[in-house]
Design a protein around this ligand. Structure first.
Ligand code: ADP
Length: 472
């Protein structure tokens, strides 16, 4: 395979060099999922592993595997030097970061650019532009993307912040500019509680991110979390692959996602899609990205943040569009244009994803560990087919679940002709999932998926909180 490097219009994007070997700098279900597409595209796959993972499923499924360090993630999966050295030693021309770990680490991307290894993701400059919530909001305002009313300025004095909160009107939400993963966020109900909340939020943010700058937003009382999947190539093309509704969250963490978002009009869909592509193009984006919006009951939507990676919930988008997003990522990384244009993309049916965690809902969702004596999905017994159900899993029967990493074991993804059909399939598939040896949240997922409010798509980000009495 020899073609000359593509010279691109976008000076932010590094030049591409062809590659035939892909290192996946991740573990668990996403490493297995990326490898599946890479293999289909004829690429050689390289896994990395820590001392907790030598026999893990992602290692078994790779063409080659290489140790990167001890069990602790920061000494292995998060060790930039070790991962780059692994790529060099295995002749890997490109690295796919999956999600989490190094996927949004600008220093890692810069180091790869210097080492001449292709990063399957955006340029470091685009990650930096979205890495700070305050700076990102300023950029988005520039690009004409609607923002939640609020304050994201440089002046961080107590008096000014209090003044801004009063102006916005309570309730407000305090957020760490450097935040992520639901940390460093607090709702303030009135002026009386403002100072205490500000102090608490700053402390938390300093401890988690080494940075205590805050932004303030109007707290929307019953918003939905609707996010748009976008893609850009190195030739200036951008497209959106519609939206996902991720309103069902527990402590700001997603539990069940779906696509398309229920109740969208064609106008709203294209307005949100266009805003999302504008957001990406404003920062010279390349590859897969997700623009998260809060959607209010009156149909107004507001930019929240952009995630500069493939999302956990990308499969629901694949199910309704028939596109393979990892293939899109790899093609873009190879310098090809987007596989298809906006006009050629359509939505077929409805899809849900349920996240199966090794955690105990009866013990405040405490992570669970142990030997998985059985992990099986009997589709035939449940009268279901492969077209309707997809299980993206990082484990199999006989695997051990350790306490070192994210407790998500697998994702159950379903497709149906419409929302009702897809939900019925989700329920049957959850019932057909047989997990023994490790406690999971399966029963909790089943209560969610059979809940009348969920069935009626009465969605907002406090759905679980509001329905606690019937869900726990
Ligand atoms: P993180 O980066 O830590 O995930 P986000 O800014 O994406 O934080 O917010 C996480 C979740 O918090 C959202 O999905 C939504 O449920 C809630 N949220 C964030 N901002 C607001 C707001 N202004 N009003 C109401 N809810 C909000």
């Amino acid at each position: 395979m020899s073609h000359s490097p593509i010279i691109d219009k976008n000076e932010n994007a590094a030049r591409t060099t062809p590659f035939d070997t892909l290192l996946i700098a991740n573990r668990g279900e996403i490493a297995c999922r990326v490898m599946r597409t890479a293999r289909r595209m004829g690429l050689k796959t390289v896994a990395i592993y820590s001392d907790a993972d030598p026999g893990a499923r992602h290692v078994r499924e790779a063409d080659e595997a290489i140790r990167v360090g001890p069990a602790a993630a920061r000494e292995s999966y998060l060790d930039v030097e070790a991962v780059i050295e692994a790529a060099r030693r295995t002749g890997s021309g490109a690295i796919h970061p999956g999600y989490g770990f190094l996927s949004e680490n600008g220093d890692f991307v810069k180091a790869l650019e210097q080492a001449g290894i292709t990063f399957v993701g955006p340029p470091a400059s685009a990650i930096a532009a979205m890495g700070d919530k305050s700076a990102a909001k300023a950029r988005m305002a520039n690009a004409g993307v609607p923002l939640v009313p609020g304050y994201h300025g440089d002046d961080q004095s107590d008096a000014l912040l209090r003044d801004e909160a009063d102006k916005i009107g309570y309730p407000v939400m305090l957020k760490a500019s450097a935040g992520g993963g639901g940390k460093g966020m607090r709702v303030v109900e009135s002026g009386d509680g403002f100072q205490a909340a500000l102090d608490g939020c700053r402390r938390e943010s300093k401890a988690a991110f080494g940075d205590d700058r805050m932004l303030i937003e109007k707290y929307l009382v019953k918003p939905r979390h609707v996010e748009v999947q976008v893609f850009c190539d190195r030739h200036g093309n951008g497209a959106y692959l519609f939206e996902r509704d991720c309103s069902v969250q527990r402590r700001h963490q997603k539990v069940i996602e779906e696509a398309p978002a229920p109740g969208m009009t064609a106008e709203l869909r294209s307005a949100m899609g266009d805003a999302a592509v504008r957001a990406a193009q404003e920062i010279g984006y390349v590859g897969a990205g997700t623009v998260e919006f809060l959607l209010d009951a009156d149909g107004s939507f507001f930019f929240m943040e952009m995630n500069t990676r493939l999302q956990v919930e990308h499969p629901v988008t694949e199910m309704i569009t028939g596109q393979d997003l990892v293939e899109w990522q790899l093609r873009v990384a190879m310098g090809e244009p987007l596989p298809c244009t906006q006009d050629a993309l359509t939505i077929t049916g409805h899809s849900f994803e349920a996240r199966l965690y090794a955690e105990d809902p009866d013990q405040d969702f405490l992570p669970a560990t142990g030997l998985l004596t059985r992990f099986a999905l009997d589709l035939e017994g449940a009268g279901l087919s492969d077209d309707q159900v997809r299980l993206d899993s990082g484990v199999e029967s006989g695997d051990t679940v350790s306490m070192h990493y994210d407790p998500m074991l697998a994702k159950l993804i379903v497709h149906g002709v419409d929302r009702d059909a897809a939900l019925a399939t989700l329920n049957r598939a959850l019932a057909a999932l047989d997990v023994q040896g490790v406690v999971t949240n399966r029963a909790f997922l089943m209560r969610l998926a059979t809940h009348p409010g969920f069935k009626n798509a009465e969605l907002d980000t406090r759905f679980i909180e509001r329905n606690e009495a019937t869900l726990f």
